[in-house]
Design a protein around this ligand. Sequence first.
Ligand SMILES: NC(=O)c1ccc[n+]([C@@H]2O[C@H](COP(=O)([O-])OP(=O)(O)OC[C@H]3O[C@@H](n4cnc5c(N)ncnc54)[C@H](OP(=O)(O)O)[C@@H]3O)[C@@H](O)[C@H]2O)c1
Length: 247
Amino acid sequence: MSLPENYQPDSDLLREKVILVTGAGDGIGKVAAKTYASFGATVLLLGRTVNKLEQVYDEIMTQGSAEPGIIPADMGALGMNTLEEIADVISSRYGRLDGLLHNASILGERIPIEHYDLAEWDKVMQVNFNGVVLLTRFLLPCLQESSAASLVFTSSTVGKTPRAYWGPYSVSKYAMEGFALLLADELDNTSDIRVNIVNPGATRTSMRAEAYPNEDPLTLKTPEDLMPLYVYMMGPDSSENGETFAG
Ligand SMILES: NC(=O)c1ccc[n+]([C@@H]2O[C@H](COP(=O)([O-])OP(=O)(O)OC[C@H]3O[C@@H](n4cnc5c(N)ncnc54)[C@H](OP(=O)(O)O)[C@@H]3O)[C@@H](O)[C@H]2O)c1
């Protein structure tokens, strides 16, 4: 699926929405958080590097948007206590969650499987897949409290078409897509939660530069270029469930 042609969101499309973005301190997540805030949302910034989240907080306040929340958390080390605390804070402070953008991810090494370090494999799977499942599981009650929640999972081209040497990054995105589609089916007709997948495609960020160090970043689209699609998927203009959107 792709963005409807000539899509023009209302400037207050996400007013009164509470939206959590993982990996909100950098790259696509940072721009998505600032963009959702600019469309009226109260954004919850989850990430592992607090000073980056504080920088995004400051930028959101400077642009005159609603005060965001900061949730320091490592997606690769989400214990039961942390998960319960995150859910409790959202529930008591905001009463619900209207949107969740699963965006945080790490690339890991791209080397042959037989040389892959097991601890490194596990780390990538924890951040990109297990952490995503756990956070979703614990935030489902908050999402159920919304009258129209949107759950968006960020995948990759190698989450659909395997590519040699992409190891756990590729496998984690495959697994995540399976989980997202399972959830879309499970929640269809039994909840007001929509579940969709976005593949941003080649985008000018530090992750892309790490994967393709010899590429000229100026030839790539920017995170800002993706934002009409990210706003569409998160807001009430979209009604799709169980679909994959390409950036
Ligand atoms: N850029 C592309 O071309 C491209 C293409 C296809 C798919 N994607 C997907 O798009 C999403 C965003 O990618 P990006 O290019 O914006 O990457 P990025 O610039 O590397 O940003 C990733 C974000 O995730 C955070 N993060 C990493 N590990 C984390 C952890 N353990 N706990 C919490 N947060 C963590 C990072 O925090 P720190 O800054 O603190 O490390 C950073 O804010 C990813 O899911 C990626 O797989 C990107």
